[in-house]
Write a protein that binds this ligand. Structure first.
Ligand SMILES: Cc1ncc(COP(=O)(O)O)c(C=O)c1O
Length: 394
């Protein structure tokens, strides 16, 4: 964490309130505030750890805030999917007994050397022969574990993660064979895409993995089924986690995995989305438009595609908002006209300057992808004891 002083200070300053209303009374915040519910993070993590048939790696990129990592660690997560040296350093510094896996298919030479030598990383993902050669020549090591990332077909995910990365099946066969023949321990990895609403996508990917393994003849040590497990956003039928685990179990039963082969997964969104809300404030109302202190360049960038909708409620501690409600256009704080939520938000019709709006299920890819555009940056985190809003739905 030393690598990110802002996050380090935030971790040190962790402040706890019983309710969001108590936080508003104490801070009267004109800036946006992330409200973590550690109990929700922990409950979801426990459910995953208890039911996933293998080892659970948390995908740090989804939300690297120290309070989030701490809650997951305390619930039992000891393995982390990392994509950069700062993420590896963060895991190493916060949890010396944890394991970081370097699961980004493209790494600089200098970063490879540091990951291997300074942080003791042994698992590295590749999806191209040149990346494999790079790893071998830079580390000169025999104890690398070469994880081959294969592409999967589009099958029901909001975000395709096989367009940029992922070897075709024939390339994956060649990579596995090469690494195996050269004496390295190997693994096969895939990601069906983020916010995948189709559990069968995992079975489809495992069938491809089966063919790749047969053709390569490699005795893999790891099979990594990736992330993609969804959060239950507004307006979407979201299958239960258990449906995904059932599809994975069925796929695994058909695979003749070598004895001792460890099954991994690396969820992000499904573990953390529900464990965090964001309290924003209305700074101006113009007709049916509300101007907030957070927008698409900060916590709401994932909403741009129009796929994800979040639950929202108006908070006015010293008065009752009207019973009548209506749709509002929500603008963010920057001077950019693009800084507007793509879908209206339904709120009490008398919403006005000074009211707060709390958005739920915003723990994934929010603070993690926020920019500092126009000087706006949301970095205040508090912990809230009350976890009754938004109501749990899966
Ligand atoms: C390699 C890898 N693993 C895991 C994840 C986490 O995915 P999700 O948040 O959909 O579970 C991602 C997301 O981009 C990823 O790229």
């Amino acid at each position: 964490m030393a690598s990110n002083p802002v996050l380090k200070r935030a971790a040190a300053r962790s402040v706890r309130y019983d309710t969001v209303e108590a936080m508003i009374a104490a801070l009267d915040p004109s800036y946006p505030v992330y409200c973590l519910r550690s109990s929700v993070l922990r409950e979801r993590t426990r459910r995953f750890l208890d039911s996933f048939p293998g080892t659970v790696l948390y995908a740090v990129k989804c939300n690297p805030h120290p309070l989030v990592l701490r809650a997951l660690y305390e619930e039992g997560i000891r393995h982390f999917d990392t994509a950069s040296l700062p993420e590896i350093a963060q895991v190493h510094e916060m949890f010396p007994d944890a394991t970081a896996y370097f699961h980004h298919p493209v790494k600089s030479r200098a970063v490879i050397v540091n990951a291997y030598e300074v942080y003791g990383v042994r698992h590295f993902v590749v999806d191209h022969i040149d990346e494999f050669r790079k790893l071998v020549s830079e580390t000169g090591a025999r104890d690398l574990i070469i994880m081959v990332r294969m592409a999967t077909p589009e099958s029901g995910a909001a975000y395709n993660l096989s367009a940029k990365f992922g070897a075709r099946p024939d390339e994956a066969v060649m990579l596995l064979k090469t690494a195996d023949e050269e004496g390295y321990r190997t693994g096969l990895a895939f990601h069906v895409g983020s916010q995948c609403l189709n559990p069968a996508a995992f079975k489809i990917a495992l069938d491809i993995a089966n063919r790749v393994l047969d053709a390569s003849g490699a005795k893999i040590d790891y099979l990594d089924v990736g992330g993609g497990f969804p959060a239950a956003y507004v307006g979407r039928e979201t299958p239960l986690l258990e449906d995904y685990f059932a599809a994975i179990r069925t796929g695994l039963e058909q695979l003749k995995l070598p004895q001792g082969c460890e099954v991994l997964c690396e969820p992000g969104r499904t573990l953390v989305a529900n464990g965090c809300t964001l309290v924003t404030q209305i700074h101006l109302r113009k007709g049916d438009s509300l101007y907030l202190n957070d927008g698409i360049y900060q916590s709401f960038s994932e909403l741009v595609a129009g796929y994800i909708r979040l639950p929202a409620r108006l908070l006015r501690p010293n008065g009752a908002p009207s019973e009548r409600s209506m749709d509002f256009t929500i603008y963010g704080p920057t001077c950019d006209s693009l800084d507007v939520l793509p879908v209206p938000v339904h709120l009490p019709a008398d919403a006005r300057e000074g009211d707060w709006i709390e958005f739920g299920r915003i723990g994934a890819y929010s603070n993690a992808v926020s920019t500092r555009f126009n000087g706006f940056y949301t970095d205040t985190f508090v912990e809230i004891g009350d976890a009754s809003w938004p109501p749990r739905n899966v």
